[in-house]
Ligand binder design. Structure first.
Ligand SMILES: Cc1cc2nc3c(=O)[nH]c(=O)nc-3n(C[C@H](O)[C@H](O)[C@H](O)COP(=O)(O)OP(=O)(O)OC[C@H]3O[C@@H](n4cnc5c(N)ncnc54)[C@H](O)[C@@H]3O)c2cc1C
Length: 254
């Protein structure tokens, strides 16, 4: 999608809010966080997603789903987008959208893949690649609420360079009591790590997850194959299927 335009007024139209990009932050060489200002945004819960819609000058439209990567903050929402090579929408969001530009937003969407801070159960977050986005919203919401619910994150990435929110995660492990983070590297392992490059396996979930007897809530998010592999292992380890909540970042849109 080469150039986009949003015709009409700065209001909500037929379920779509007109938002403005107010800030962008590089997360990795191929991923970026977009901060959008959405007038009259009703708020959202950690784990929910929004649909973003682009309209070309000839009227052609394309919409894709993106998880919110930060808790609700007035009229501001944040999404973190991974560039899919040859993708229609994600390269435009990363390279074509400038601060001040408008984009349409629909949502918030989703009532199942949500962490509610009133729930006392320990939480395991398992993210693959950009699947960290909604899990980061949960980690940030826990911090913002001063919650002491024990959180563990297992984050699968290709290499250290592919870690989103790397500095913040380091800081949160230091400052947020009861938050542990473990990394699984699938291609290139840092020198400091004793493990070999591998895909997430039973041993990782056994070592860095919670025993099923504690009845944790497990949130698994990432590419479809990753989510299916991890959720199968968690169920095989004895976690009740209803305590394994999944979000698949498969292709979306029409
Ligand atoms: C509920 C939900 C939440 C999501 N949240 C996020 C998010 O927070 N951050 C994020 O970066 N993405 C997220 N996605 C994926 C996102 O919606 C798009 O699918 C993705 O950005 C690709 O869109 P595109 O237009 O660039 O590629 P397309 O033009 O749609 O696809 C181009 C090619 O890439 C393949 N492809 C499409 N999507 C993916 C993918 N996700 N992984 C690998 N190959 C793909 C297609 O099969 C096709 O061959 C989410 C998806 C869902 C369903």
């Amino acid at each position: 999608m080469a150039r986009t335009a949003i015709p009409g007024r700065l209001t909500k139209r037929a379920g779509w809010w007109v938002a403005r990009l107010v800030e962008r932050r590089e997360e990795t060489a191929t991923a970026c966080t977009l901060v959008l200002e959405v007038p009259d945004w009703p708020g959202h819960l950690p784990g929910q997603h929004v649909d973003l819609r682009l309209t070309a000058e000839d009227g052609y439209q394309a919409a894709r789903s993106y998880s919110v990567s930060a808790p609700a903050d007035g009229e501001r929402i944040e999404v973190t987008v991974q560039r899919v090579p040859d993708g229609e929408v994600s390269p435009y969001l990363i390279e074509g959208l400038s601060v001040g530009d408008q984009i349409e937003v629909r949502g918030p969407v989703g009532g199942y893949f949500i962490w509610r801070m009133t729930e006392p159960a320990p939480v395991l977050l398992v993210g693959g690649g950009s699947g960290i986005a909604p899990l980061m919203a949960m980690i940030r919401a826990r911090r913002a609420a001063g919650s002491r619910v024990p959180f563990r994150l297992i984050y699968s990435v290709r290499s250290e360079r592919d870690i989103y929110f790397a500095d913040e995660l380091r800081r949160r492990v230091r400052d947020d009591q009861g938050l542990d983070v473990a990394y699984v590297y699938t291609r290139e392992v840092p020198e400091s790590s004793p493990a070999r490059a591998h895909r997430i396996a039973v041993a990782d979930l056994n070592t860095h997850g919670w025993p099923p007897q504690l009845e944790p809530t497990n949130f698994v998010c990432g590419p479809t194959g990753f989510v299916e592999a991890v959720s199968d292992i968690l169920v095989a380890l004895g976690h009740e299927p209803r305590r394994v909540k999944t979000e698949r970042f498969g292709p979306t849109g029409a």
